[in-house]
Design a protein around this ligand. Structure first.
Ligand SMILES: [Zn+2]
Length: 168
């Protein structure tokens, strides 16, 4: 396993629509292991393939932060079926280190997700998991969480982020 470099805000590769995962391969298995490793090393709960420069509908979530292997979730070609309610809470992104902002998300989401063997199943997430699922699926559509904010706030965040990136 290896920690892969994470692309950061401003990189055009983060804005691309990703493509569906095809047949599951050893290379994809290694990629997923690396993504879990990278998320853990960077103290994130999730990571999407585009963040490591791979343009695929693939993401990992581990809300246990490496504590419980049973909690490791791999999203393959996920699609949101429906959502319920709202929640407002802080959100951050490994591609925008140092920025955490409050954002409204659905409180519950129901997904259609593919398994490695090609079969499909439904998944539900609530609260923090629902937030993580929405955040990662947004990455697959080329969307960063800061893009939910209006232009004024987004510019403010961008300046704050660039200042931090320069000094770190
Ligand atoms: Zn992110």
């Amino acid at each position: 396993m290896a920690v892969r470099p994470v692309l950061t805000w401003g990189d055009p590769r983060l804005k691309k629509q990703s493509e569906d995962v095809g047949e599951w391969t050893d290379a994809l298995e290694r990629l997923v292991e690396d993504m879990f490793e990278t998320a853990l090393a960077e103290e994130g709960v999730g990571l999407a393939a585009p963040q490591v420069g791979v343009n695929l509908n693939l993401a990992v979530i581990d809300v246990s932060a490496g504590e419980d292997p049973a909690q490791k979730l791999v999203l393959i070609n996920p699609e949101i079926l429906d959502t319920e309610g709202t929640q407002v809470g802080p959100e951050g992104c490994l591609s925008i280190p140092g920025i955490r902002e409050s954002l409204e998300r659905p409180r519950r989401v129901r997904l259609r997700n593919r398994a490695k063997d090609g079969s499909w199943h439904e998944l539900e997430g609530e609260d923090f998991m629902a937030r993580a699922m929405c955040h990662e699926i947004d990455h697959l559509r080329g969307r960063l969480f800061v893009e939910y904010f209006g232009p004024v706030k987004r510019q403010l965040l961008q300046r704050r982020y660039q200042k931090m990136a320069r000094t770190s």
